[in-house]
Design a protein around this ligand. Sequence first.
Ligand SMILES: *[C@@H]1O[C@H](CO)[C@@H](O)[C@H](O)[C@H]1NC(C)=O
Length: 454
Amino acid sequence: MRLLFACLALYLAVVSTGEAKTDSQKASRVVCYYNSAAHTRDGQAKFTLADLESALPYCTHVIYGFAGINEKFKKVMPLNENFDVTQQHYKKVIATKDHLNNKYAKPKFILSVGGGADLSGEGDEKNIQYRDLLESSALRTTFVNSAYDIVKRYGFEGIDLAWEFPETKPKKIRSKIGSFFHNLKTKVIGPSVIDKKAEEHREQFVALVRELKRTFAMDNLMVTVTVLPNVNSTVYYDPKLIAPHVDFVNLMAYDFYTPERNPEEADNTSPLFELVDRRTDENVDFQVNYWTRNGAPSSKIVLGIPTFGRTWKMTEDSNTNGIPPLTVDGPGEQGLFTRDAGKLAYFEICQMVETATKPQIPVPTLPTTSFVIEKDTSRRRGPYAFLIPESNKKGTWISYSNPEYAAAKGTYAKSKGLGGIAISDLTMDDFKGTCSYEKYPILRAALTTLASPY
Ligand SMILES: *[C@@H]1O[C@H](CO)[C@@H](O)[C@H](O)[C@H]1NC(C)=O
C-alpha cells in the first residue's frame, strides 16, 4: 500500500511540474476544497493546519471556502474577518505549502466566493447581491478589482466563483404505491420561475468571467467556476462562452436530494447515472454531459466528489426494506462532531456504518451492528445504510459516499476524459484515519483511479 501511494505521489509530481504535459496528464487535477469553518470543531473533528498539510501531497489545487460579497458595495470580503484576516488564517493556510516536502509539486491555492456559505436575505431575495452585481457593468468592475486585491494581498493564486444563483425548487417523484398512500399528505411541487431575469444573468455571468480573466491573466492568476448543487446549469451557465475564460469548472454534482429540500422523501443523493423513475437531470452523468455537449472541452470539467452523507429520520411509515425513494420525517440527527442536522461527515459515517465488521470503539448512541448496509455493487447510485426504528431506538436512513463510490466517480471522470476530480471537502473525509488507519480514504481512492490505467 505504501509503495502504491509513493508511486501516486511521484505521478502527481510529474503531472504538475512536467514541462511537456500530454492531454491525459493534464486531465488529472485533484482539486481539494478546504472548509475553514472546520477549524472550530471540537475534539477529533477539529481540522488543523497539520491535517491540511497531510493532504497537500495529493492535491494539485486547494480551494479555500469561502469568502463572500459585501451586500452594499459588492466587493469580495472575508466571511470571517477576525479569523481569516486578523488571526491571519488566510496566510497560515497558504503557508502550509512551504512545509511540503520538495519532492511534491506545490498545490495552487484559490480563494472561493459564495459556496452557499454567504447567507443573506430570505426566500427569493436570498443572496440577491449575487444577481445585483451581475446587472451593472460598474459593479462588476468593482467586484473584479476587489477580487484581484484580496487575492494579491494574501497570496492566493486565483479566484473561484461558487456563484450563489437561486436553487431549483425540488420536485417530488413517488413510486405508484407511495403516491397512492401519500397523495393526501404531500403536494407535488413543480419547477417554478424563481428568477425572471435568468437569461440576462446568464449572459452577464459570461461577461463577469471574461472581465475577471482579462485582469487575472495579466498576473498569471487563475479563474475557476464552481457550479453549486441544485443550481440549474441549463438556466445559468453557457458552457461554450464560459470555458475560454476559465481554467476549469468544478461540478458539484451531488445533493440532488437533501433533507432540507426533500424532508418527506429520502433518496440517493448523488447517483452517477439516471435511475428508474427519477428525474432525467438529477445525476452526475446528465450534469457532465450538459457541459461537454454544449461547448466546454471535457478537459476543463472537474467532477466534484462529496465526502459526506445526508440523513433522514425513518418512521413507522418508512419501508422497512430501506429501498429508496422512501417516506421519511425530516433531517436525521446531527453528528456528534459536525453538529448539522441531516448531514454527516464520512469520518462519522464510517465509524457508525462502514466499520461494522472491524474492531472499533463503538459510537455510544448508534450501535454499529444494527445498520443494514446496501453497498451498491452497481456503482450507479452510491451506498446507503439504515437503521429501522424500534420502540427504544430512532430510525435513520443515510445516503453517502465511500471510497469505493468515490473510485467509481474517478473512473467515470477518467473514462469521459474530464479534467480531474474535486474533493468536497477535505474536512469531512476521514482525515485522521480513524476507520481505515489511513488518512483521507475518499481522496486517495478517487486519486488512485486517475493514476491507474483503465
Ligand atoms: C432546469 O432548467 C431546464 C430549462 O428551463 C428545465 O427544463 C429543467 O426542468 C430544470 N431542471 C430542474 C431540476 O429544475
